[in-house]
Ligand binder design. Structure first.
Ligand SMILES: [Zn+2]
Ligand SMILES: [Zn+2]
Length: 269
């Protein structure tokens, strides 16, 4: 399988070995994917993450003769118990025509440092508090809330952070946070690799109707039965498997065991 990986942030180091081990031949295309939105908020992301990944991949059209174009996108959001949730997608689109195969993975182990810097906060206090955000080889990014100045990213040391905060204006409201760009954020990389692995697995799974690769689980299938009366509940029974090309879908049951009557709409309305 020949494909081109469209990336601006060295994701080839992460995605390349995964897809390579599955027999893909990847060439790299460097494109200004930041034009489609950045984690810092300097450039707004107009589309949802999967659509953004598709558009990134399509930037490779005209720069590649490979039949497939690959790109990735991630989204960091607040998850349960205050943990950050990282969802990563790695998407393959055909060079000609519509459609895509989407690999996905998620994690609650992503770094999520954030420190609000009030106007006039002393350097010593900033220095003490940002050190935790640099652990594990993570980089930080400093931004002004009003985005009057471009954010300063790739900050690798406490001194880098202090300099960046000063140049953004000591009288302004600023924030120092994890720089989520893939090459600067080690805790995102295994999640991106897992999404690439998921893409490869889907790719190799043919649709039972049209036969094209890409068949895989997409959305939850509810309906585990109540242990008391057998009524289907909202608890997940399995997943809907969907073909991205012909849209055929198939209910696949993973866990048919009954659930407690407390989850039953009949026994516990
Ligand atoms: Zn199909
Ligand atoms: Zn019941």
């Amino acid at each position: 399988m020949r494909a081109s990986l469209v990336t601006h942030h060295h994701k080839g180091e992460v995605i390349g070995p995964v897809l390579g081990s599955r027999g893909w031949h990847l060439e790299m295309i460097d494109a200004d994917t930041d034009s489609l939105g950045t984690f810092s908020g300097d450039v707004a992301r107009p589309a949802d993450p999967v659509e953004t990944a598709r558009r990134k991949a399509q930037l490779g059209r005209g720069h590649s003769h490979a039949p497939w174009l690959v790109a990735s996108e991630g989204a960091i959001s607040a998850g349960l118990l205050g943990l950050a949730r990282d969802v990563e997608w790695v998407v393959a689109v055909p060079r000609e025509g519509a459609g895509s195969v989407v690999g996905v993975a998620q994690s609650l182990d992503v770094a999520a440092f954030a420190l609000e810097i009030r106007p006039g906060m002393p350097d010593r206090e900033i220095a003490e508090r940002v050190a935790a955000g640099l652990e594990g080889g993570h980089h930080l990014l400093a931004l002004r809330h009003d985005h009057c100045e471009p954010s300063r990213g790739a900050l690798a040391s406490v001194d880098d952070v202090l300099r960046a905060c000063a140049t953004l204006g000591v009288d302004s409201a600023r924030r120092v946070q994890t720089d989520y760009r893939a090459h600067l954020c080690p805790s995102r990389r295994p999640v991106i690799a897992a999404a690439a692995e998921d893409l490869a697995v889907r790719w190799a799974t043919p649709c039972p109707r049209c036969g094209r690769g890409g068949f895989g689980p997409q959305s939850p299938l509810s309906g585990r039965p109540c242990a008391s009366c057998g009524t289907p509940t909202a608890e997940p029974l399995g997943r809907w498997w969907v073909c991205p090309w012909c849209a055929v879908r198939e209910a696949r049951v993973d866990n048919p065991s009954p659930v407690n009557a407390s989850a039953c709409p009949t026994c516990n309305p």
